[in-house]
Design a protein around this ligand. Sequence first.
Ligand SMILES: Nc1ncnc2c1ncn2[C@@H]1O[C@H](COP(=O)(O)OP(=O)(O)O)[C@@H](O)[C@H]1O
Ligand SMILES: O=P(O)(O)OC[C@H](O)CO
Length: 499
Amino acid sequence: MSTHLLAIDQGTTSTRAIVFDAGLAPVASAQREFRQIYPRPGWVEHDPEDLWATTVATVSEALARAGLHAADVAGLGIANQRETVVVWERATGRAIHNAIVWQDRRTAEVCARLEAEGAGSEVAAKTGLLLNPYFSAAKIGWLLDRVDGARARAEAGELLFGTVDSYLIWRLTGGAAHATDATNACRTSLYDIHAGRFDDDLCRLFEVPRAMLPEVFDCAGDFGATSPDVFGGSIRILGVAGDQQAATVGQACFEPGMAKATYGTGAFALLNVGERPVISRNRLLTTVAYQLGGVRTYALEGAIFVAGAAVQWLRDGLGLVREASETQALAEAADPDQDVYLVPAFVGLGAPHWDAEARGALFGLTRGAGRAEIARAALECVGYQTRDLLEAMQADWPEAAGVRTVLRVDGGMAASDWTLQFLADVLDAPVDRPIAPETTALGAAYLAGLAAGVCPEPADFAAAWRLERRFAPQMDPARRSRKIAGWRDAVRRTKTDLR
Ligand SMILES: Nc1ncnc2c1ncn2[C@@H]1O[C@H](COP(=O)(O)OP(=O)(O)O)[C@@H](O)[C@H]1O
Ligand SMILES: O=P(O)(O)OC[C@H](O)CO
């Protein structure tokens, strides 16, 4: 009998597979990191074969650890790094180039040109996104123009485009399904989030042939079945969502006004705004939070490009710590009277600033500043950036007053108690960390379980959400105001447009 659920979390730096029991308790997992390829400054690529190989390896390992076979799995859910582009041959499944990763800035010029030509307002109105190299469409255009013969082959229907979910589905099903879900489609810049379909005018604008695009489905539904040769038996693929939307589902943010923030390499805050999209006036993104039963629920999203990556920089770039967790003791030991700020604009600034040219800076250094103050600044910048996002959300959507009440958090950096306490302090709002740490995989497994009929409806799933620890604000208001003013000043001095 098929009793278990399987989730693949294909992230930016690693691939994870987790087996859950029917009650959504994790049973076994496996994780593999893979190569980050930086061909030039600002360019980031992945080898699609690495994405595929780590997916197969982690699923096989997780199943073996759980002592289960493919036949024991009621459904597979996929959550994936979003926006990253793969173009492959329909006939062979071979990618024509490395995947161009969401962080990659090589299309900055194209985006700036389209902006100068006035395309930004049409893109924003239809897609809820900004013209920025972050999103998929310009990356597809780059591949079609730079890989020999690719454009003609794409127009002839020989090449297919997909975000990582589509590419994995194609490979898993042995080329039987070219599919994606609405949460991934809405990050391409080609998808009309109001009409719920790829848009011909946007395809023309970005010069992407329609024939390359996958079919778009609900997040819970039938995406095909894995070829029996991949996992020694066929498994039905029943859930798909971009990783941030999967975490929103895993955190059970099903009511308008509920928000989650995931702190991994970058950080992504999503606020559920209900079934009517809210178009941002403060440079946030409007995105599909999830689509179930043909009904789209929307979110306002703020993307911070550097969160845990700032801690990685302390470790790998500066050699200030050997382990990320050492930052906690350093932050505790830092001098409270020294206000050192790190603006981590290593790859520009994301929401709400969207300054692609800005670069990182440290402010407030005195002769007394040292390891501890710099480490604390790296943790604090995550809190300040989140505050900037939530303020923009409140300005965009007055009903977001509820966001001040609670923010649900997850991701690798949410392991840091010090960071979450500072986050609560600087937001002046409680921050809730759930018992289930792998909310992204949990969300993907839940979507698959919903389609398989083994998981309860969203309201019952939400009722089962369990708090591990609440971080309540404790900071003295005068101190909070002073620190926030200092952050704002630091950001202002970092931005290239000096606003
Ligand atoms: N105890 C900790 N304190 C601060 N940062 C941490 C801690 N543990 C992990 N991190 C950071 O969390 C990130 C990893 O989170 P993860 O969710 O696995 O990221 P991703 O999915 O983006 O690969 C790393 O950037 C790491 O520096
Ligand atoms: O893989 P993560 O966790 O870094 O998330 C990446 C996002 O989906 C990019 O939009």
